[in-house]
Design a protein around this ligand. Structure first.
Ligand SMILES: [Zn+2]
Length: 406
């Protein structure tokens, strides 16, 4: 049974936060339940904002044990994602001149999808993956993996074991961490003096500008921009010296950090900080406007879905029994998020988020369970076979935007 903690304290700077968008109470996004299940646990989903440092976060945190100890997503299921990380690892091996005397640590190493690239190149690796079922998969594949949550304590243990890293990866995990400051302090503690931390997080600016409210769910405690990240890392003596915008998970940041004192930041950092200032990243009004846009979008979305249903084609492609919900009660139907480029070849697991019945979320379900793979969707009178569509996004205008597979 999951437990939930409420806090209005900023995870990055410790100041008070203010709420700006409530989704009511929702079940956990990845916890699909069979039809007829009673007493499903629901937890408030409230986004808050810290006007001191600019961090967007949830007021509630569900204990990580109930979210991440048994995880269902294998990174290796997505060929596009594998390409994405292979290119990154090749680049770092070259840039950092990594060899048999180096160590690469990955936090949230999943099934070893990333580390195996280093291992193939003869570079020692260590994974940290709390999902025991997935850590086991990695170990079977020969990737040394600790089945724990990364924390300041685990970092101390690694350090005393002499396990210091030349490169630390942490892809799409920072947003899940309740003790953000402890996590970053832990990074600093296991990083060699000349080492480098490479972290990918969804970018809050993309969420706001593309109205990606579907990325808000209990697992995602924080929604980052560069401004609060720079301050957060500086607290632990880490300097973010390079940043890249990458088109994964609806738009992400890839930040590069090193111990402070390593020289001036690259232009990418000063440029983005300046852009964020102009965008008014620490102005509460920015986030209130986003909340208003989400609320305004809601009836439009319902109409759009009603129209799709009335057409019959959408309905036929969704078997409510199999999908496990009552279609008449769909409230928010959020996007099948744009996947990693190049677009994947058909595995769309976990890319659809459905909010139903006012407050109810049936969470992320697969294309297959909705039979989208055999379905037809209509946009502007044109029929699209789902097989030819890479992703669907319901836009502000209420129309379905489709990107066709290349
Ligand atoms: Zn703050």
């Amino acid at each position: 049974m999951a437990t939930v903690e409420h806090s209005t304290t900023c995870r990055a700077c410790g100041r008070d936060t203010e709420p700006f968008l409530s989704f009511g109470e929702l079940p956990l996004a990845n916890a699909l339940v069979p039809i007829g299940t009673k007493d499903e646990s629901r937890f408030p989903l409230m986004m808050t904002f810290c006007s001191n440092c600019g961090l967007v976060q949830l007021a509630e945190s569900v204990d990580p044990d109930s979210l991440f100890r048994h995880y269902v997503y294998l990174s290796s299921n997505s060929p596009a994602f594998l390409d994405h990380v292979r290119i990154l690892t090749e680049r770092l091996i070259k840039e950092r001149a990594l060899d048999a005397g180096s160590l690469v640590i990955e936090i949230a190493s999943n099934d070893g999808y990333l580390l195996r690239n280093y291992r193939k190149a003869g570079i020692p690796v260590l994974g940290v993956e709390p999902a025991r079922n997935i850590a086991q998969v990695a170990r079977k594949d020969g990737i040394d993996t600790i089945s724990e949550f990364f924390s300041i304590d685990l970092a101390a243990t690694l350090r005393s074991d002499g396990k210091l890293a030349d490169v630390i990866h942490a892809n799409n995990v920072l947003a899940h961490v309740p003790d953000l400051r402890g996590f970053v302090a832990g990074l600093a503690s296991v990083l060699k003096p000349a080492g480098m931390v490479v972290i990918e997080v969804p970018y809050v600016r993309d969420m706001i500008e593309k109205l990606e409210f579907d990325t808000a769910y209990h697992e995602h405690l924080c929604y980052f921009s560069l401004t609060p990240l720079v301050a957060l890392f500086a607290k632990s003596g880490l300097d973010i010296f390079r940043v890249e915008r990458i088109p994964v998970h609806g738009g992400s940041l890839r930040i590069f950090a090193r111990h402070a004192g390593g020289g001036a930041s690259e232009f990418s950092v000063t440029q983005m900080l300046s852009d964020e200032r102009q965008w008014r990243v620490r102005d509460p009004a920015l986030y209130r406007r986003f909340a208003d846009a989400v609320e305004k979008f809601r009836p439009t979305l319902r109409e759009c879905l009603a129209a799709l249903r009335a057409d019959g084609k959408f309905t036929r492609s969704m078997d409510p029994k199999e999908a496990g919900f009552d279609r008449s009660k769909i409230d928010y139907f959020a996007a099948i998020k744009d996947q990693l480029p190049p677009l994947p070849t058909g595995n769309f697991k976990q890319d659809l988020v459905v909010f139903v019945d006012g407050k109810r979320s049936l969470g992320k379900v697969t294309f297959k369970s909705l039979k989208f793979s055999e379905g037809v969707i209509v946009q502007n009178g044109n029929e699209f076979k789902m097989a030819s569509v890479a992703y669907v996004k319901f836009a502000r205008s209420g129309t379905a935007i489709m990107r066709r597979k290349k």
